[in-house]
Design a protein around this ligand. Structure first.
Ligand code: NAD
Length: 253
């Protein structure tokens, strides 16, 4: 199994679940120190994991992690294409152009590059599954997050397109749409939106029918399912993991 953004909350929680289920996992992240800690934590717990530092938006480094994965894992059965950044928040009519480019570069180009260089071996072997990380921001406007939202809407487009292209080669491509999940990425957004992070967390929790924010492992469990054979008839799908936020008209985000 290959996971990007693996030093982060959702990525790491997913690595832990996949490793617990018996998979050998390669963790990829740009954050070298964070990655080292995560790899050590899983190795110390007795799991079979390796780390690889890479910028997922840099073509040469994506080629590097795709090749390293084949080398270190033998083959990639499942790929969680998850690395992402939140970017700054500002109204669209005031949004910084360089920041817009940066968010699209990492979140959309990076996702495309992952598909571009990991899918070929899966297609060649006629087997494999991919999960891209989209967001509830793939379905709704989140005020202040035009770049993030544009990228996450694009993530669904990439998912559906790739899914339609490789399905008959034995490869499935789906995406998860996490809602409000308690991670540093969320805290980064809340710091920009609210005076007090906990107040923001409670307020955003109310957007979900379950009336709380989610935990990274609650996303990881769905990713693990989608990467598994149990999801053999699921392709090109968007899986909301949002506590029911998108199911209602309570969209205060
Ligand atoms: N936290 C939420 O509420 C939420 C909601 C919806 C979607 N998401 C998405 O989930 C994914 C994971 O985010 P998270 O919440 O775990 O945040 P996180 O900040 O904990 O993890 C993101 C990880 O991606 C890594 N990363 C960033 N840019 C990279 C690059 N260029 N190359 C390689 N690694 C890079 C970071 O170092 C970090 O470890 C992201 O795609 C994010 O957009 C998060």
């Amino acid at each position: 199994m290959l996971v990007t953004g693996a030093a982060g909350s959702i990525g790491f929680a997913t690595c832990e679940i996949l490793a617990r289920e018996g998979a050998k996992v390669m963790l990829v992240d740009i954050n070298e120190g964070g990655l080292e800690e995560r790899v050590k934590a899983l190795s110390d717990a007795g799991y079979d994991v390796v780390g690889h530092v890479a910028d997922c938006a840099d073509e040469a480094q994506v080629i590097g992690y795709a090749e390293a994965a084949l080398d270190r894992l033998g083959q990639v059965d499942g790929f969680f294409n998850n690395a992402g950044i939140e970017g700054d928040l500002a109204p669209t009519h005031e949004y910084d152009i360089a920041m817009f480019d940066k968010v699209l570069h990492v979140n959309l180009r990076g996702m495309f590059l992952g598909l571009r260089y990991v899918l070929p071996d899966m297609v060649r072997r006629g087997a494999g599954a991919v999960v891209n990380t989209a967001s509830i921001g793939s379905e709704r406007g989140l005020a202040g997050a035009c770049a993030y939202n544009a990228a996450k809407h694009g993530a669904v487009g990439l998912t559906r397109t790739a899914a339609s292209e490789v399905a008959q080669k034995g490869v499935r491509v789906n995406c998860v749409m996490p809602g409000v999940i308690e991670t540093p990425l969320l805290v980064g957004m809340l710091e920009q939106m609210f005076d007090d992070v906990q107040t923001g967390m409670d307020k955003l929790g109310e957007v979900a029918t379950l009336n709380r924010v989610g935990q990274p492992a609650e996303v990881g469990n769905v990713v693990s399912f989608l990467l598994s054979e149990e999801a053999s008839y699921v392709n090109g799908a968007k899986w909301e993991v949002d506590g029911g936020a998108l199911a209602t008209i309570r969209n205060d985000l």
